[in-house]
Design a protein around this ligand. Sequence first.
Ligand SMILES: [Zn+2]
Length: 111
Amino acid sequence: MKQSVNPNMRKHHDLLSGLVRLHVLHHAAQGEIYGQWMIDELSEHGYRLSPGTLYPMLHTLEKKGYLVSRKEKDGRVSRRLYRATEKGKEGLELAKKQLREFTKEAMKGGV
Ligand SMILES: [Zn+2]
């Protein structure tokens, strides 16, 4: 189900960026992703990220060892494909466990 973009999303980017990184890792753990695909995917979940925000995020995740990338040439267009490393998958599992714990507490009473 497509979630509409909350107008406050940009205002609270710093707060939400951890969730965006986890969302990226989640997909990169399942297969190769590339920037524009990820931007479209995130928009399905109510996030609106510009390439100027997402690409530096991907670079940082790669620099920190959570993602690896390779360049793919498709005709004259080349794009960078990312996938999660073992460290990335490990971090994702840990974060999911903590997220479950947090959700259990924060959503008590139901939302
Ligand atoms: Zn997704």
